[in-house]
Design a protein around this ligand. Structure first.
Ligand SMILES: Nc1ncnc2c1ncn2[C@@H]1O[C@H](COP(=O)(O)OP(=O)(O)O)[C@@H](O)[C@H]1O
Ligand SMILES: N[C@@H](CCOP(=O)(O)O)C(=O)O
Length: 322
């Protein structure tokens, strides 16, 4: 459960008075998510999400995230919208944290996505990449190749506690990725965390994307690689090529990948697996027992990383030649 900061009814009522969002009827903490504290609010005007931005979010990035949601929605993407306060600001403060009221997106995330859902996700990811064109703000990806070594340095000394031999294996992997990482692929605004819990469906129909708090400017194909990792592996650790094919096909129906992007895909998928391995490893080693958040297993991403290391071409992910 991700509720790091508690709120009182009195403080919340005062906070809500700055919005035209009705009168508070009820609120409760949301038992999902990792980064921020989220609450579901019911007011006389409907349902809303209240997000308190926690320490890992740099407040300087908030205008990028909140502005991006408006930009994407204005360009046809289904995503939640931050509400403006009466003074026109998107951000307020609650319990000492920057806080925003976000519109409620109908739908649920899929615990067991099938290939048809992966196709929808591929399409929506490409839609997002196109919709991001022209967004005035930029944000460097703090969790791309340059960010991995500093993150690794924080965990390296204890990595062998998680699996013997890990320290050497990851050090070698980092060296390889740093010297081979592609720098000139088509780029723009990417989601960077489009996992199943950030994509809502109503039945089999994708209803929208949430959680833009890792969004940044980076290679579009890196975002595709993140989705291959997050959507196309089975619980037993095997890669499901039918899902990979559907995801890539859905993406390419909207935005075809060029030759350089396709050639880079195995390497990008390897890097994406390392990125999630590293953040999970750090959290695994540092989250205090009893914290109100569910820790995610870093070894899941180590297994994915090892799989990608053996992949030679995008065809092995299910790419069908056009
Ligand atoms: N706009 C929204 N509409 C409906 N539910 C939401 C919305 N935003 C967040 N949620 C709910 O809150 C949960 C956590 O949100 P998320 O943005 O993923 O948190 P975090 O940034 O902490 O990872 C989601 O899984 C979803 O259940
Ligand atoms: N998707 C990441 C963790 C970030 O969680 P989210 O709730 O913000 O999507 C992972 O699986 O490691």
């Amino acid at each position: 459960m991700a509720v790091y900061t508690d709120i009182s009814e009195d403080d919340l009522t005062r906070f809500l008075a700055d919005y035209e969002a009705g009168t508070l009827l009820s609120y409760k903490g949301i038992a999902e998510g990792v980064e921020n504290s989220n609450f579901l609010l019911h007011t006389t005007k409907g349902a809303f999400i209240l997000t308190l931005y926690e320490k890992r979010v740099d407040p300087n990035d908030l205008p990028f995230f909140l502005g991006l949601m408006h930009h994407l929605a204005d360009h046809g993407l289904n995503c939640p919208l931050p509400l403006s306060r009466r003074d026109g600001e998107l951000l307020g403060e609650l319990s000492g944290r920057p806080a925003a009221m976000i519109s409620f997106l109908e739908g649920m995330w899929l615990r067991k996505p099938a290939a048809k859902h992966c196709r929808e996700v591929g399409r929506a990811l490409a839609d997002m990449h196109l919709a991001g064109h022209g967004f005035a703000l930029t944000r460097k990806n703090a969790l791309s190749v340059d960010g991995w070594r500093p993150l690794w340095d924080k965990s390296a000394g204890r990595a062998d506690e998680v699996e013997p031999g890990l320290q050497d294996e990851i050090a070698e992997e980092l060296d390889y990725l740093e010297s081979h990482w592609p720098k000139t692929l088509p780029h723009g605004v990417i989601h960077a965390d489009l996992f199943p819990d950030n994509v809502f469906f109503i039945g089999d129909q994708l209803s929208g994307l949430i959680d833009f708090y890792f969004a940044c400017n980076d290679a579009f194909a890196y975002d595709v690689a993140i989705c291959l990792n997050a959507w196309c592996f089975e619980k037993d650790g095997s890669f499901n090529m039918t899902k990979g094919m559907a995801l890539l096909d859905g993406y390419e129906q909207v935005r075809p990948l060029n030759g350089a992007e396709l050639r880079s895909l195995p390497l990008l998928a390897r890097g994406a697996a390392l990125r999630f391995f590293l953040t999970r490893l750090y959290d695994w080693l540092t989250t205090p027992p009893g914290a109100l958040v569910v820790k995610k297993d870093p070894l899941e991403y180590l297994r994915k990383l090892r799989f990608h290391r053996q992949v030679k071409s995008a065809e092995e992910y299910g790419l069908v030649h056009r």
